[in-house]
Design a protein around this ligand. Sequence first.
Ligand SMILES: *[C@@H]1O[C@H](CO)[C@@H](O)[C@H](O)[C@H]1NC(C)=O
Ligand SMILES: *[C@@H]1O[C@H](CO)[C@@H](O)[C@H](O)[C@H]1NC(C)=O
Length: 239
Amino acid sequence: MRSSTGHHLAFLLPLLLPLTSASRVMIPSTSFSSQSAFDTDWAYNYPWGTDHNGAARMAKSQVQIANNVLTLTAKKVTGEKAATHGGKQIPIHYLSGTVAAKEHFNVSRGGGYDFAGEFRATTTRGTWPAFWLTGVKDWPPEIDMAEWKGSGKISFNTFNTSSQVRATDVAYPNPGEFHKIRCEVRDVNGRDVAVKFYMDEKFIETQYGRGFVGQPMYLIMDLQMEASSGSPGPNEVSA
Ligand SMILES: *[C@@H]1O[C@H](CO)[C@@H](O)[C@H](O)[C@H]1NC(C)=O
Ligand SMILES: *[C@@H]1O[C@H](CO)[C@@H](O)[C@H](O)[C@H]1NC(C)=O
């Protein structure tokens, strides 16, 4: 069996858009054109380490760049020690890939960012790729600009607290093709942000994050496995 469980990213263009001055590109569309371009803007693994909330442990070996595409590949492994998350032990069944932007994203008063990329994401059960923002100092903020939880759908979420979440799942057409995800994050009142989600330039909806202004965020692209995406995941994976 060959399962397409790679998470591919063709380009990514977060723009800083302070309303008072010209916008600037923070991560150029060429950031996957060479190892040195990658190293300028991206680091391997989660900013806090190799583990998070699923069955994959991240490793640099599972991240490839070629032809302006980043590919994350998960493979089944045995004998890894469990991860610890939220006081619980999570068995590790995979090695996979994650990258995080070196810059942090802090929405200022009157400011905001556009985040955009082209993704070809797996929707197989047990695979959990995501393109997301999460707080550097506190949690929330979290904005899931796109995540795929093995259901065939794509999810867009903003967290005010762990229980106060706006979560919208929509149909995800043609998973074998690239889809453009764009997310506009803007200050609305000096405290809260508005988040507008688009897929293939079609507007999905606006969500709001309470108190996200002035809260620096990490930008992460990962291929987690199992957990929220069900289990078991595929045995053999190729990207
Ligand atoms: C976020 O940006 C604002 C100004 O836009 C600044 O006052 C604040 O210190 C920044 N916060 C952090 C933690 O960088
Ligand atoms: C989150 O907080 C914002 C600002 O208070 C609010 O507009 C939004 O409705 C809240 N989200 C949820 C899911 O309640």
